[in-house]
Design a protein around this ligand. Structure first.
Ligand SMILES: [Zn+2]
Length: 216
């Protein structure tokens, strides 16, 4: 994975060891950050195990948010263990056969600029780039997180919905047929529904969503 538009990410990528993020086995062939044994052993979700909320054409989560996925995602986001990025990007690329075939743009869930500044990167954007390349579609960057929402994890569903109200904005209509929203983890789905509603109100005809993991 290359991050040519971001020098810091490019340098970190260049310095990253070419080995499996989970077991340390040196990479071989086309492996991108995870060996085939660890890839197979990940806690894969049953396809279509949960109902798709009405606003989405398709809502796919690849992995269960349990060990080692939960620990790896936290380490990636909060401790800059960036060597997990290629591994989880590969998990998203494995979703291709499960996705609608008319996707014409990908929207990574935006971070508020303040959180992006402190973290140094938006994990959803970095995870989405290889999939966008695979599908030959653009990554949408014109949606912003307008409020720095508190962490969602301590809130119940009603409080989350209130917390996210008007959390996103868009500066001009998007003329896409079918946008795929990408994020690392889905919990209640409130964030995804908020973004999907915004897209549908701003020119996008259909919306689907894909996440690396699903928390129960
Ligand atoms: Zn491995």
């Amino acid at each position: 994975m290359r991050h040519c538009d971001d020098p810091v990410m490019w340098i970190l990528d260049f310095l990253a060891p070419r080995s499996c993020a989970f077991c340390g086995t040196p990479s071989e062939g086309n492996e991108q950050g995870i060996c085939s044994a660890c890839f197979t052993d990940l806690p894969w979700c049953e396809p279509a195990a949960s109902p798709t909320p009405g606003i989405f054409v398709s809502l796919v989560s690849m992995l269960q948010y349990e060990f080692p996925v939960d620990a790896a995602i936290k380490a990636m986001k909060f401790s800059r263990r960036l060597y997990y990025l290629p591994a989880f990007a590969e998990v998203l690329c494995a979703a291709r056969p499960l996705l609608p075939t008319d996707i014409d743009a990908i929207l990574p869930v935006p971070l508020h600029w303040r959180r992006k500044t402190s973290r140094g990167f938006n994990q959803a954007t970095e995870l989405a780039k290889p999939l966008a390349g695979l599908l030959s579609v653009p990554v949408v960057r014109r949606v912003r997180r307008t409020r720095a929402t508190p962490f969602q994890s301590g809130l119940d569903a009603a409080a989350r919905a209130k917390n996210l109200r008007q959390a996103f904005s868009i500066d001009a209509p998007l003329h896409y047929e079918h946008v795929l929203i990408v994020d690392d983890v889905v919990t209640t789905g409130t964030t995804l529904v908020q973004l999907a509603t915004l897209l549908r109100h701003n020119g996008v005809k259909k919306v689907s969503a894909l996440t690396v993991a699903r928390a129960r």
